[in-house]
Design a protein around this ligand. Structure first.
Ligand SMILES: CC(C)(COP(=O)(O)OP(=O)(O)OC[C@H]1O[C@@H](n2cnc3c(N)ncnc32)[C@H](O)[C@@H]1OP(=O)(O)O)[C@@H](O)C(=O)NCCC(=O)NCCS
Length: 175
């Protein structure tokens, strides 16, 4: 497989972003708080607004990985407009298609995401939650310097099971 391009996605490609996101939610129900059924029901304008705001860095941004015109990975983050919270970004929607895993694509997506967040100038801290049993994701985040600061017990329920979520943080100034 050729090297992927790591990039922001133009809003006109919202159908591809939708397809990748729904594939992620369907394949990995225990990895995400959102469910496939909920997002499948979104009207088109929700998908368009989501990718447009991400492209314009308007409260959130998403980085994508593409090989030969096909999207195979994504990583997103959002931040608050509230003055007291606008220094904190929350990472979400981290996913790489199964056939492309283990080749460093998620690491590249996350590094670019963190660079973009840093370049906004206002972000001081990045946080996320991750299923405590998601070994690949945990290793990914730990490799980037995220630290587990606590564990929320039996918080995510998927496919009849309750999972613990680790809360992880990365502070830019202490890197
Ligand atoms: C987590 C995920 C995005 C990783 O994608 P990827 O492109 O395969 O990851 P990379 O190749 O960049 O590897 C990142 C790190 O994870 C490690 N890793 C990858 N697959 C692994 C596995 N199955 N078990 C343990 N560690 C693994 C790699 O060794 C690497 O660590 P290192 O830098 O210390 O060597 C991917 O497995 C995925 O989409 N999983 C399902 C969705 C999910 O869990 N998302 C996270 C939600 S919080």
């Amino acid at each position: 497989m050729p090297e992927p391009t790591i990039m922001m996605l133009a809003p006109k490609r919202w159908r591809e972003a939708k397809q990748l996101r729904l594939a992620a939610l369907r394949a990995e129900p225990s990895a995400f708080a959102a469910s496939y059924e909920d997002e499948l029901a979104f009207p088109d304008d929700v998908w368009i607004a989501r990718l447009t705001s991400a492209y314009e860095r308007d409260g959130n941004l998403t980085i994508f990985a593409e090989v030969e015109g096909a999207l195979l990975g994504m990583a997103g983050a959002g931040w608050s407009r509230k003055a007291k919270l606008q220094h904190v970004a929350e990472v979400y929607s981290v996913y790489v298609s199964p056939e492309a895993r283990g080749r460093g694509i998620a690491s590249r997506l996350m590094r670019r995401l963190l660079e973009e967040l840093r370049s906004l100038g206002q972000i001081e801290k990045v946080s996320l939650t991750v299923n405590s049993e998601a070994d690949a994701a945990l290793r990914l985040y730990q490799g980037l310097g995220f630290k587990i600061i606590g564990t929320s017990r039996r918080t995510l329920k998927a496919e009849g099971r309750a999972y613990n979520l680790h809360i992880m943080e990365l502070h830019f100034e202490s890197e």
